[in-house]
Design a protein around this ligand. Structure first.
Ligand code: PBG
Length: 328
């Protein structure tokens, strides 16, 4: 035999036990943050058309669902509200009304599941009659005027009991602005997971169905990033780091694994990745057609996001993946 075959990588793959010994990346249920949708009312459990297996819950059914979610070992959720058109206005003023159902839901969940980590979303779109993440004037998204609204939203969510705030709006300076407000209000323990590198992506389509929050005009390209850019992701991440973010997020995940890796290599705080609605929908649609094996595809997708360098993953697959990981 020639020297060529002295090194045989296949020896490290010869049994399940050895493959596990040399496995470089691991996936755990505690890595997951499960995004969930809440709406007003009672006894509601509305499946999102473009996201089979994902529902919008009213608070009562959400609490039932959370029993199942936490029993699976999932320890963090990211809660998003669906508001009817009648509650929306230009200034997203519903978002910081103390008695609005979203804030009440946060408090109720915290009461019933004190150990569950609740992440919330900071952006105007679910409450905005324009369907944009920021305040619109004459067709333009105003940055600094939006910060004031986001600040009110952040304080209200912190007060309601949120553990991690997720600014997903991509306005400049919002992390520092929110951090200062929280600190001044004595909310020094509330974390910020910043959507740092959030791209203007077609993969958010199903999410906008879920929240009925699609922009009424134009697109989000003046605030969300151009999918062609890498340097800009470093800049966004650096600013959020300097402004006090506790964790940096990349979104979407799959088409942006290089960005996850880049941020992981350049920042010494945890990187999260959002395996977004369209990424979920693609796998589910193919699986429903019998074209892909859902479980294997799902686990491979999640592992690839961890391998790229994400410490935690926001994923609609959280429950199904937890079931598989718990069986092992
Ligand atoms: C809102 C927001 C969006 C998502 C999370 N927060 C949509 C958007 O920016 O249009 C997308 C999540 C997903 O697609 O799963 N600012």
């Amino acid at each position: 035999m020639s020297d060529l075959n002295r090194r045989r990588p296949r020896r490290n793959r010869k049994s399940g036990a050895i493959r596990d010994l040399v496995q470089e990346t691991n996936l755990q249920v505690s890595d997951f943050i499960f995004p969930m949708f809440v709406q007003e009312g009672s006894q509601q459990r509305v499946e999102v058309k473009s996201m089979p297996g994902i529902y919008r819950f009213s608070l009562d059914t959400l609490l039932e669902e959370l029993k199942e979610v936490t029993d699976l070992g999932i320890r963090a959720i990211d809660l998003f509200p669906n508001y009817p058109e009648s509650k929306k206005d230009r200034h997203a003023s519903e978002s910081y009304k103390e008695d609005t159902f979203y804030l009440k839901a946060i408090t109720a969940i915290k009461e019933q599941f004190p150990d569950l980590t609740i992440m919330t979303d900071i952006a105007m779109d679910p409450y905005s009659s324009d369907g944009h993440d920021g305040l619109v004037e004459n067709g333009v998204i105003l940055n600094d005027a939006t910060l004031e609204i986001l600040g009110k939203m952040a304080l209200a969510q912190a007060k309601a009991g949120a553990d991690i705030l997720g600014p997903s709006d991509m306005m400049d300076g919002r992390v520092g602005y929110i951090r200062d407000l929280l600190d001044e209000a004595g909310q020094t323990d509330v974390s910020i997971m910043s959507y740092s590198a959030k791209y203007a992506s077609a993969f958010y389509g199903p999410f906008r169905d879920a929240l009925e929050s699609a922009p009424k005009f134009g697109d989000k390209k003046t605030y969300q990033m151009n999918p062609a850019n890498i340097q800009e992701a470093l800049l966004e991440a650096q600013l959020d780091f300097e402004e006090g973010a506790d964790m940096l997020m990349v979104k979407p995940a799959l088409a942006y694994l290089d960005i996850i890796k880049l941020l992981d290599q350049n920042f010494n705080i945890p990187i999260a990745a959002y395996n977004v609605s369209g990424e979920y929908a693609m796998v589910m649609a193919a699986a429903q057609n019998g074209w892909l094996d859902r479980d294997r595809t799902m686990m491979e997708v999640l592992m690839s996001i961890r391998r790229a360098g994400a410490k935690c993953i926001l994923t609609y697959f959280a429950k199904d993946a937890a079931k598989i990981l718990n069986e092992k």
